[in-house]
Ligand binder design. Structure first.
Ligand code: UT7
Length: 334
């Protein structure tokens, strides 16, 4: 039995980015855009694009295997697999079940969560609380996306922003000696009234695929970028402040912020509103663009492996995405 007060700690992290690099210059040959526009408006220089044979589960398996290796954990010790994605291999079965099979995890409860770019923050909170409740011992939590499969490559307002990738963490109950470390808490929010700001209209039960829906380009991601931008800054700031206040902490006590990597200008505004120097933010969107549910765990893994996150550090991870959804997680790194 896991005591309710047991710390829930990250045992290992992993990530995977497909080999193919698509630069801003490459995009300027596809649509009416330029390296200068993309770089100054977003901070993105390039993104990764999965191969035709790679689906979201394949990216997830690479990230998940790396996280298990970092945790030094055999697959048979995992009893919970949760995948956050908006680009599952197929509507059903869940990508988590496909990942379970490919990783050779013999016995686990597996399911997907769909909270778009906030997906990883949602599944981290969910997995931590399921372990804390004594229901599971060890969770493999993954954010994975093949966004290139739902991008309209004729729409310059969206296709330049996104990329493919995956990130994963292994979560488990810590020992009494680890008290005060691990996942300290999360703050989550949603507002379905603003669903149409960022969505994919086709392919579900509302608008199944028909020759007309395909012709009308309904099976691609659509976004009202300017509106999303303003809300993103506001709700990420509020989530971060509420979460820190709930733990009697101030922004200046945070050692490393790993934000959802959507736009450098959003991150700069967030830094200024939290009165934190940009140096405290881990940023890799220049190399990957926005990878939705994969963005935070991919950045977390790079920050950990690169020594930017060290034991004892207070790590804040704010996110924002379609739904609308938003949230933040706080970890005392162990
Ligand atoms: O993951 C969570 C969800 N996503 C986000 O957080 C994204 C939030 N939004 C954004 O990051 C920004 O709003 C964008 C990067 C999407 C757009 O930047 P913006 O500074 O808000 O530009 P805008 O939409 O106001 O467009 C400015 C101009 C427009 O031309 P006009 O109307 O001023 O003549 C656009 O047509 O830039 C034009 N434009 C482009 N020009 C060159 C839009 N996309 C492009 C492009 N290349 N790729």
């Amino acid at each position: 039995m896991i005591p309710a007060s047991a710390p829930i700690v990250v045992r290992g992290t992993g990530s995977y980015a497909p080999e193919k690099v698509l630069t801003n210059g490459d995009l300027s040959r596809l649509v009416d855009t330029s390296d200068e526009w993309i770089l100054t408006r977003t901070g993105i220089r390039e993104r990764r694009i999965a191969a035709d044979h790679e689906a979201a589960s394949d990216l997830a398996v690479r990230a998940g295997a790396a996280a298990l290796a970092a945790a030094n954990l055999p697959p048979d010790k995992v009893d919970l697999v949760i995948v956050a994605t908006i680009t599952p291999d197929m509507p059903f079965p869940s990508t988590a079940c496909l990942v379970q099979h490919k990783l050779g995890i013999p016995r686990a409860v597996c399911f997907d969560v769909e909270a778009a770019c906030s997906g990883f923050i949602y599944v981290l909170d969910l997995a931590a609380n399921l372990i804390r409740a004594g229901r599971f011992h060890t969770a493999l939590v993954i954010g994975t996306e093949k966004l290139s499969s739902i991008l309209d490559w004729t729409d310059r307002t969206t296709c330049v922003l996104f990329g493919d990738g995956a990130g994963a963490v292994v979560l488990g109950a810590g020992s009494p000696a680890e008290a005060g470390f691990g996942i300290l808490g999360s703050h989550l929010g949603s507002d379905g009234a603003q669903a149409d700001l960022l969505h994919m209209p086709g392919g579900g039960s509302r608008l199944p695929a028909t020759p007309e829906s395909l012709g009308d380009r309904m099976h691609f991601l659509k976004m009202k970028g300017r509106e999303v931008f303003k809300i993103a800054v506001r709700v990420m700031e509020q989530s971060a402040l509420d979460l820190l206040a709930a733990h009697n902490l101030e922004p200046h006590q945070v050692d490393c912020v790993i934000p959802h990597q959507a736009n450098l200008r959003i991150i700069e505004l967030l830094a200024s509103r939290l009165d934190l120097p940009l140096e405290k933010f881990f940023i890799n969107l220049d190399r990957y663009g926005n990878t939705s549910a994969a963005s935070i765990p991919l950045a977390l893994d790079e920050a950990v492996r690169g020594g930017r996150v060290r034991p004892g550090d207070l790590v804040l991870m704010p996110a924002f995405g379609a739904g609308l959804t938003w949230g933040a997680s706080l970890i005392r790194w162990s």
